[in-house]
Design a protein around this ligand. Structure first.
Ligand SMILES: Nc1ncnc2c1ncn2[C@@H]1O[C@H](COP(=O)(O)OP(=O)(O)OP(=O)(O)O)[C@@H](O)[C@H]1O
Length: 737
């Protein structure tokens, strides 16, 4: 049997397999400083050692139980052994010569097929951190080209090693030496002093590779203060001062400058079609709670936006409001704080961007111009780099032809580049939290003029990973108090404990909009759960992908290493695949998304980093090769398909050896979304019965509700503006966690 044969393959066999020519479509990451040891060849042992350390006492199941049922949903995603692992796996080694992770670490299939330290138990040390980044910078095809093409071309010509060598070449020739210096002072001096090495191309990556200090550890693609996972398992974006204090001044220089998005109007307004179920949005029940709720609007005209905005809306192909837009736009226009929860792909981005822009226009926002200190009126934060880039593109689209200038900054890119973008003018600053705090720390932006703060994927932004940074943000010197600014939060999921935390950010009279089921899966996604054992998963995956053909498919796995492994495996099976996860360099991530978007690689293997917010045309299938550890995560993942009224399919592999604890919540998600629940799953759910969990909530519309439970002045309406009286079920509320 094939699997058995593979399991007996030696490392060399796999190496040979993996270097086959048909691999060209997949660009695996081989970071020697993460996966190689100091000597040239013992990557495999090192990796195994790290993994077995990781195994101890932190199983996937533990993780789920802790994070889901104990306290906070995905709060436990970080692994306590992360820094150990990093120390073990960082540093040196000659990438070009040494064995690469992708070829070696899994070469004898131990992780997949084998013994007790298999992938499932590999545990969360490598588990993709939710709060790491994602979403392709390019909203539409074509964006990935540009100044990145040289590097990728070089990669293709020269093979794996050359890709790394090309890294960072764009730092040279930067027009603003001051900012270059700024950045230089943040890094470990000396080693990166010469920009020439970064430009030298193939084979010149050595100096870069060798400097990964144990403090930074992740191979150098992380932005300063951005998305660095600490030993405690939390993100750490220490300020420069903190970093210096802790002696953590070493770190590879990030020189990547993302290619600018195309400027032509067609590209700016490129969009995909709404699907056959778009009109069904009208039947979704909506509940708004809080006092003095402004009436919903039913058309864009009722919003009374300025002509330029209306013209941009039309060019974007929007003719009809989605429910979240009908309710949120008047609330934001009315100056109210808002927490809005609506299903994936239902237009939340425009729901905050349009009224903010309308206000800015109404208030006569000053045209942006070059200034050393910029004072944006609006700050939008999102948890992943690609998501914030996508939001930026939306902001740029809707502000087209106005004097409002949107800027995006995120980690994994050159800090000097971020600063240069800002100083040219900045009304709307779209940022990931780490880079934002860096920029604030460097006094490149002033906060006095901030009138709007938007937290997209707000539950993620407020959990243990990002919550502390968000608190820092709102208490930064100059930041207007919550009474003096408008704070808006959007997500498809909103755990109640996070809602409570959100109170600190919002005025007490904020409004809560629930469109359909809070935290519910999009009903346009047909969900299928298949019972597939760990050892049969790859075979099943290939079978499904072969049936699917060229339709765009996202395959979610639980760990970064597994993402590489599965992508490599699929390429060997001649299925054009790319991968995205937090250990890939930003350039590679953007390239991978570009290849997926344009259909060059119709299969994208991803970790949770791609679970939230990615809006990619024509993603018809999502496959959960591994089930995620929380239902919220599941909802976000499958929400990459079935967007904006289009239909999609989600297939999830359920391994009865390891996933039984997920049966009960899964049954609930399925039945809430009016999907068929397999009898075997119900049986498992029943056998795993947890007192207090009510099982199916079919018919209950609002699974989670405004935690203030203050229904005075509540307006309960459906999207068409008709009254409804579907009361939340408190038992379900309690049983969910
Ligand atoms: N009123 C509308 N008419 C047509 N298309 C729309 C409308 N509103 C949004 N869209 C499009 O629908 C897609 C999904 O929107 P968006 O990304 O804002 O969804 P979302 O609710 O934020 O999803 P997620 O929860 O996954 O982040 C986008 O391509 C967007 O341009």
């Amino acid at each position: 049997m094939k699997i058995e044969l593979e399991a007996t393959m030696g490392d060399e066999d796999w190496e040979a397999e993996i270097i086959k020519p048909h691999m060209s479509s997949y660009v695996p990451v081989f970071e020697k400083d993460r996966y190689s040891s100091g000597a040239h060849g013992d990557t495999f042992n090192r990796t195994l050692a790290s993994l077995s350390e990781m195994d101890d006492g932190y199983s996937r199941r533990d993780h789920f139980m802790r994070s889901r049922f104990a306290s906070g949903r995905s709060l436990g995603n970080r692994d306590p052994g992360e820094s150990n692992k990093r120390e073990n796996t960082s540093t040196m080694g000659d990438f070009g010569v040494g064995r690469s992770f992708g070829n070696r670490g899994f070469s004898n299939n131990k992780f997949e097929e084998g013994d007790s330290c298999g992938f499932w138990r590999e545990s969360s040390n490598d588990r993709e951190d939710n709060q790491t980044r994602n979403r392709g910078f390019s909203k539409r095809d074509g964006y990935q080209d540009g100044n990145d093409s040289e590097a990728s071309g070089s990669f293709r010509r020269s093979g794996r090693g050359s890709y790394r060598g090309c890294r960072g070449g764009f730092g040279l020739g930067s027009p603003n030496s001051k900012y270059e210096q700024d950045e230089g002072t943040q890094r470990s001096g000396g080693i990166f002093g010469s920009r020439r090495s970064a430009l030298s191309g193939v084979g010149k990556g050595d100096a870069y590779q060798s400097r990964s200090g144990s403090g930074s550890g992740r191979g150098g693609y992380k932005g300063l203060n951005e998305e660095v996972i600490t030993a405690s398992g939390k993100n750490s974006w220490k300020s420069e001062a903190e970093r210096r204090e802790s002696g953590d001044t070493q770190g590879p220089k990030v020189t990547y400058i993302p290619p600018p998005p195309p400027e032509d109007e067609d590209s700016i307004f490129a969009h995909y079609q709404t699907g056959i179920n778009f009109d069904k949005y009208d039947t979704i029940l909506v509940e708004v709670s809080g006092h003095d709720v402004p009436p919903a609007i039913l058309t864009f005209e009722e919003a009374n936006l300025c002509q330029t905005l209306n013209s941009n809306i039309a060019k974007a192909g929007y003719t009809k409001l989605t429910p979240v837009q009908k309710y949120s736009i008047p609330i934001v226009l009315g100056g109210r704080d808002l927490m809005a929860c609506a299903q994936t792909g239902s237009g939340k981005t425009a729901a905050f961007l349009l009224p903010i822009l309308a206000h800015m226009m109404r208030d006569g926002v000053t045209a942006s111009r070059f200034k050393e200190l910029q004072e944006p009126e609006c700050i939008i934060v999102a948890p992943t780099r690609e998501l914030i880039s996508q939001i930026y593109l939306e902001a740029r689209k809707f502000s087209f032809g106005t004097c409002v200038r949107a800027v995006v900054i995120y980690g994994g890119t050159q800090l000097g580049h971020s600063i240069r973008q800002i100083v040219q003018g900045c009304n709307i600053l779209c940022a990931t939290p780490g880079r934002l705090m860096d920029i604030i720390g460097k006094e490149k932006i002033g906060l006095r003029q901030v009138k709007y703060i938007v937290l997209d994927e707000a539950d993620r932004m407020l959990d243990m990973g990002f919550g502390p940074e968000m608190k820092k943000l709102i208490s930064c010197p100059g930041m207007p108090s919550k009474e003096q600014r408008q704070t808006l939060m959007f997500s498809a999921t909103f755990p109640e404990e996070i809602q409570r935390l959100a109170g600190e950010f919002l005025k007490s009279n904020y409004l809560f909009v629930a469109v359909g089921q809070v935290g519910g899966a999009c009903r346009d996604v047909q969900q299928t759960i298949l019972q597939v054992g760990q050892y049969s998963k790859r075979e099943k995956l290939v079978e499904i992908l072969r049936n699917i053909g060229d339709e765009r498919t996202m395959v979610f796995v639980e760990t970064k290493k597994k993402a590489d492994f599965i992508a490599t495996f699929l390429c060997q099976e001649k299925i054009s695949t790319t991968s995205i996860h937090g250990d890939r360099e930003q350039r590679e991530r953007e390239q991978a998304l570009g290849d997926f978007r344009c259909g060059k690689c119709p299969v994208l293997v991803a970790t949770s980093v791609a679970a939230r917010g990615l809006d990619i045309e024509n993603v018809q299938h999502v496959i959960n090769f591994d089930l995620p550890s929380t239902t919220d995560e599941y909802v976000h993942r499958i929400g990459r398909t079935g967007r904006c009224g289009n239909t999609g399919r989600a297939i999830s592999f359920f391994d009865t050896e390891s996933d039984n604890h997920l049966a009960q919540p899964l049954v609930k998600v399925l039945s809430d979304a009016q999907q068929d629940v397999p009898a075997w799953l119900e049986e498992i759910a029943f056998s795993m019965y947890v007192p207090g969990f009510s099982g199916s909530t079919r018919g209950n519309v609002f699974v989670s509700i405004d935690t203030r439970k203050n229904y005075q002045g509540k307006s309960s309406l459906n999207a068409a503006g008709f009254s409804s009286s579907q009361a939340p079920n408190p038992v379900d509320d309690e049983s969910w966690d």
